[in-house]
Design a protein around this ligand. Structure first.
Ligand code: 13P
Length: 249
């Protein structure tokens, strides 16, 4: 049975102190839903959070480099994250693809580097508005994932979660309709069956992200192929994040 996951992506928000204060409001959490609860924080806050986080809260980075070490100014490796007890990172967020020119080729190296070290990823994909308007959304997402997951072994796919985040829905208040999100997540699951096998397709956690809020999360989570949410803006306030965790399907 694949696990549900609610992940907050804080992006470039919160000082270390603010991050600590947020987490202190989440301790001893018993969410109604038995989803994994994941906080994706800026690098600087990760050690402070990882030191005190207790289950079900897990701490996640927002990016990681593919090389184990070397001349990559400003970058952080899998090994460095594991040393501070962080065992998971987002990769390929559309903001990194767009503002930092991350290519599918680089992302493929990141997935490979991560799984080799038993490090989990939330791999993001999603189409831009003009691609959806042209009716190319399925092809765009499929092309991204085929490239990002090239040469990954089926037995390593337990370390890969996929987040479908249509770029036009991020931070805009425009959520994909639950049916559109479901259609894409189903398409992704079928692609996983083709690329790997039925078991991988069945067991991979697929998240939706893009203007998820306490008042629309239940509708999204009720969809067959949507196993979780990757949430930006609505994850920044503890009360809002707690409401997301207690969605009722
Ligand atoms: P918003 O929830 O603010 O639209 O952001 C979504 C996102 O990019 C999460 O990674």
């Amino acid at each position: 049975m694949r696990r549900k996951m609610i992940a907050g992506n804080w992006k470039m928000n919160k000082t270390i102190q603010e991050a600590r204060d947020f987490l202190s409001k989440l301790q001893h959490l018993e969410p109604k839903q038995r989803a994994r609860v994941v906080l994706c924080a800026p690098y600087l806050s990760l050690p402070a959070l990882a030191d005190v986080a207790i289950p079900p809260v897990e701490i996640c980075a927002q990016n990681v480099h593919f090389a184990p070490s070397g001349a990559y100014t400003g970058e952080v490796s899998v090994e460095m994250l594991k040393e501070i007890d962080v065992h998971m990172s987002i990769i390929g967020h559309s903001e990194r693809r767009e503002y930092f020119n991350e290519t599918d080729e680089a992302l493929n190296k990141k997935v490979q580097a991560a799984v080799k070290e038993e490090f989990e990823v939330i791999l993001c994909c999603g189409e831009k508005l003009e691609e959806r308007e042209a009716g190319n959304q399925f092809q765009v997402v499929e092309d991204q994932l085929r490239a990002d997951l090239a040469d990954v072994k089926p037995e390593d796919m337990y370390l890969v979660n996929i987040a479908y985040e249509p770029v036009w829905a991020i931070g805009t208040g425009k959520t994909a309709s639950a049916q559109d999100a479901q259609d894409m997540c189903q398409h992704i699951r079928r692609l996983l069956a083709e690329l790997f096998n039925e078991t991988v397709a069945d067991e991979t956690t697929i998240l939706y992200g893009g203007s998820v809020k306490p008042d629309n999360i239940a509708e999204l989570m009720a969809m067959e192929d949507i196993d979780g949410a990757l949430v930006g803006g609505a994850s920044l306030e503890p009360m809002s994040f707690l409401k997301l965790l207690d969605y009722e399907v």
